[in-house]
Write a protein that binds this ligand. Structure first.
Ligand code: S5P
Length: 426
């Protein structure tokens, strides 16, 4: 790795925690170049320093890392060193897994050199008969279809340290509990990690009997039940009371997909009044960002001490949707300004790296790609692994299946496996 270093006259080396540390230690002692350690977490005692070692502003430091995927860990460390006025432009890594890290880091002004790339490594293994042709090809195919990583950078937030690392997709649901104070986001993370499910069923049925019977059956497999309460032909408060009992029995949240989209004062009345009295029974509701943040303030004003939250519809699954890139970004900003009420987003892409926000993705079905009325479907794996969904929303793929329970199990299993895979490699 030292022989491959991209430049010269380094006054310091710094390993990226953790595996980079022992490698940097060996390089430091063998080459006689002093070494720095950048902590992963700030110490809660003593000097509270993030970086240990002797250095002076302006000194040139070489980064050392074992494996890079997106380049985020390298970048996180570089950011801290640059804040201390160190000059860091070069990194040497052992294995480049070729998921876009060199391009990502280069865009941040960091030049990366690797000892070996995944493609080279596979060629060596193939040559020595240590992998077969099928594995070799599938790895190359995986590399070429997974070039969409991006660097996650630090962002100010209300977290304890005043710093939130934008690493939503690579963190477990359990570890994300501590990133948020929103009680329903915390509860949902807990449900997902305990029940091992990130499936939300869209129970779009038209009678109370069907709704309750479906819920009783799929309850053990879901983390959230999504309703369109206004399509029930026979709505009554008894229906929602029974639904709440089932939510307690099976430990899931109730999510009324009302898509509030009016001025604050109107949505406050729609939320708490009328026949439905949604605020009384729905843990979560959907909101369009279109009216601006008055819609969130309006809903929050009607909560009156109950534990409630909303999910911002930032991007729709339907073809021809008007949700532009600009609109999606603005929804992200709106959420950041209302973290006590906004739990996350309904989206088709990884709208935010902020681990506090939960991304729900509808338009998921295994056997179809469209419904003839504009809906567009992707598979659970594509939604979770490729698009970065935390929760998949599945309606007709389950409600119209000949065996809804078997279908729910299948969607649950595929989505959770995709989540586990995502967390393990990113
Ligand atoms: O963009 C969206 C947002 C939502 S909330 N696209 C959607 O399909 N939805 C909802 O997800 C929709 O209202 C329906 O309840 C569910 C998808 O149902 P399916 O039967 O197409 O799976």
């Amino acid at each position: 790795m030292w022989a491959k270093r991209p430049g010269n006259q380094y006054k310091l080396v710094c390993g990226v925690a953790y595996t980079g540390l022992p490698i940097a230690t060996v390089i430091s002692t063998k080459q006689g170049v002093p070494m720095l350690i950048r902590r992963k977490e700030r110490k809660g005692y003593g000097t509270k320093k993030m970086v240990e070692g002797n250095f002076e502003a302006g000194q040139k430091c070489l980064m050392i890392e074992d494996v890079i995927v997106s380049g985020s860990s390298v970048y996180e460390t570089v950011e801290t060193l640059q804040e201390l006025q160190l000059s860091v432009q070069d990194a040497v890594v052992f294995l480049d897994r070729q998921h876009g890290a060199t391009a990502n880091l280069s865009a941040m002004g960091i030049n990366v050199v690797s000892v070996v790339t995944m493609t080279e490594m596979m060629a060596i293994l193939l040559k020595h008969g240590l992998v077969d042709h099928t594995t070799h090809e599938s790895v190359l195919e995986f590399i070429s279809s997974h070039q969409d990583t991006s660097i996650v950078t630090k962002e100010k937030s209300s977290s304890k340290e005043g710093i939130q690392v934008m690493d939503r997709k690579k963190r477990s649901f359990k570890s994300r509990i501590a990133t948020t104070n929103q009680p329903l986001a915390r509860k949902l993370f807990e449900i997902m990690s305990i029940k091992k499910t990130n499936l939300c069923v869209a129970a779009d049925v038209t009678t109370s009997k069907e709704l309750l019977s479906l819920t009783e059956k799929v309850g053990p497999h879901i983390c959230v039940l999504k309703t369109h309460i206004d399509i029930l032909a026979d709505f009554s408060q008894d229906t929602v009371a029974a639904l709440k009992d089932l939510a307690v029995k099976h430990n899931f949240l109730i999510f009324e997909d009302r898509k509030f989209g009016d001025i604050g004062s109107t949505v406050a009345s729609q939320y708490s009044g009328g026949a439905y009295k949604i605020v009384d029974w729905a843990d979560l509701v959907t909101v369009h960002g279109l009216p601006g943040d008055g819609v969130i303030k309006g809903l929050a004003s009607a909560v009156n001490g109950r534990t409630r939250g909303c999910v911002l519809v930032s991007q729709m699954s339907s073809s021809g949707t008007l949700t532009s890139e600009e609109y999606i970004k603005s929804c992200g900003k709106m959420a950041e300004n209302h973290t006590s009420f906004v739990v996350g987003f309904v989206s088709q892409s990884s709208i935010s790296g902020d681990p506090r926000f939960i991304v729900f993705t509808p338009g998921v079905q295994l056997n179809k790609t469209t419904d003839g009325l504009g809906q567009q479907y992707v598979t659970p794996r594509a939604a979770v692994f490729e698009r970065g969904a935390d929760v998949i929303i599945v309606g007709r793929g389950i409600t119209q299946a000949s065996d809804p329970v078997a279908a729910a199990k299948k969607y649950r299993e595929e989505a959770f496996l995709a989540y586990e895979e995502r967390v393990s490699i990113q």
